[in-house]
Design a protein around this ligand. Structure first.
Ligand SMILES: Nc1ncnc2c1ncn2[C@@H]1O[C@H](COP(=O)(O)OP(=O)(O)O)[C@@H](O)[C@H]1O
Ligand SMILES: [Mg+2]
Length: 370
């Protein structure tokens, strides 16, 4: 059993800075969980506390049912893989992988069996006699993974393991790591600043900001129902558009009013009490670029959802085009299929899919409804 529980975890560094405050998280046995957030938000600190490389200032850290706050890293049945790989440069690949087992006084035959088994899984059998400097970045990363794997840990901790690889290799290694997780059937806690990496790999994602957890959810729930503007803007590319608007009512129907437009809100929001509390007030609505359509079939019944966008730049991406323009002083982006031809500096009618609108409190930036 290798669930991990963080209860009211706080971390204050020696300089007096509290970088994690009252963090609560339950990681399930065999789960692939990813901590994501901007640089400096406390991801590595959290991971290093789980590893035992940083002391927990207050709170309880449990692995399985056991409180491990005071256990040394070697007694925690975990293995950590770093962005820098941290391989021993003077040792061969074989020795790099065997070393931890030798320290544990595992017999030579068993070490050999284990190193070769893991090398086979990672397809690094041909490099066992090389030194790390004679390997490519991707090969080094696989050796770093192999070094963690030979110990059969109950938990893998990975801190930005792909950040030093080029884009193509990163994409390849993503699927390798997903397959590895499926094969090993152990708990993976993975840290990245890259939301796309988190979205493609995780069972669940923990979005962090300034040492606080913002939301813990599956990739699709995070995308469909972000709990605040930070999460909404952080998850998804191109970014969600945010537009200031006022909530108004006309003939018992709620509308969003902004820069000359009055767009009716969908049926399911009409009787939302929380939303109605914002009548006449300023709110912010969010709409993802792919929910602004260039196709007329997206015009709604009462024909209120059309926006005329002056497209400054149309960026051809292959199967789609990104249209950059301005709406009520805010920069906005629409993402439309590329069978639609759009020129730079042209005007395009866009239809806003009101079913996909997210409405936020302008002050607190929390979600009101979606
Ligand atoms: N050893 C340390 N001493 C003091 N402050 C630190 C130390 N390590 C990290 N920090 C600070 O803690 C905050 C979180 O850092 P970190 O956990 O590395 O963030 P992330 O991994 O999300 O980029 C940052 O403000 C960083 O400057
Ligand atoms: Mg970090």
């Amino acid at each position: 059993m290798a669930s991990i529980t963080l209860k009211n975890i706080t971390k204050t560094y020696e300089d007096g800075n509290t970088v994690i405050s009252d963090l609560n998280l339950e990681i399930k046995d065999k789960e692939f969980i990813i901590l994501v957030g901007p640089s400096g938000c406390g991801k590595s600190t959290t991971l290093r506390m789980i590893a035992g490389l940083e002391e927990v200032t207050s709170g309880d850290l449990l692995i399985g049912d056991k409180r491990v706050n005071d256990d040394a890293p070697k007694d925690r049945d975990i293995a950590m893989v770093f962005q820098s790989y941290a391989l021993y440069p003077h040792m061969t690949v074989y020795k790099n992988m065997a070393f931890a087992l030798e320290l544990r006084k595992v017999n030579k035959k068993e070490i050999d069996r284990k190193v070769r088994e893991v090398a086979k899984i990672l397809e690094i059998e041909d490099y066992l006699n090389r030194k790390p400097r004679a390997l490519s970045g991707g090969q080094r990363q696989r050796v770093a993974l192999g070094r963690a794997m030979v110990r059969d840990p109950a938990v893998f901790l990975l801190d930005e393991p792909l950040s030093n690889l080029d884009a193509k290799l990163r994409a390849e290694m993503r699927s390798q790591i997903i397959r590895l997780h499926q094969k090993l059937q152990t708990t993976f806690v993975y840290v990245t600043h890259d939301q796309a990496e988190a979205m493609t790999m995780a069972d669940r994602i923990v979005v962090m900001k300034d040492g606080f957890i913002q939301q813990v959810d599956t990739p699709s729930e995070l995308y469909e129902h972000p709990c605040n503007m930070f999460v909404a803007g952080f998850i998804g590319t191109p970014k969600m558009n945010f537009v200031d608007a006022v909530l108004v009512e006309n003939n018992h129907i709620l509308y969003l009013e902004f820069s000359g437009y009055t767009i009716s809100l969908p049926e399911r929001m009409q009787n939302n009490e929380k939303l109605r509390g914002y009548l006449g007030k300023k709110i912010v609505f969010g709409i993802r670029p792919e929910d602004l359509h260039a196709n007329e079939k997206y015009e709604n019944e009462n024909k209120t959802n059309r926006i005329d966008l002056h497209v400054e730049i149309a960026e051809m991406m292959g199967s789609e085009i990104y249209l950059y323009g301005e709406l009520g002083g805010e920069k906005i982006i629409a993402n439309v299929p590329s069978n639609r031809k759009v020129e730079n500096n042209s005007d395009v009618a866009l239809y806003l899919d009101t079913n996909r609108v997210h409405i936020f409190d302008k002050e607190t930036e929390e979600l009101i409804c979606d």
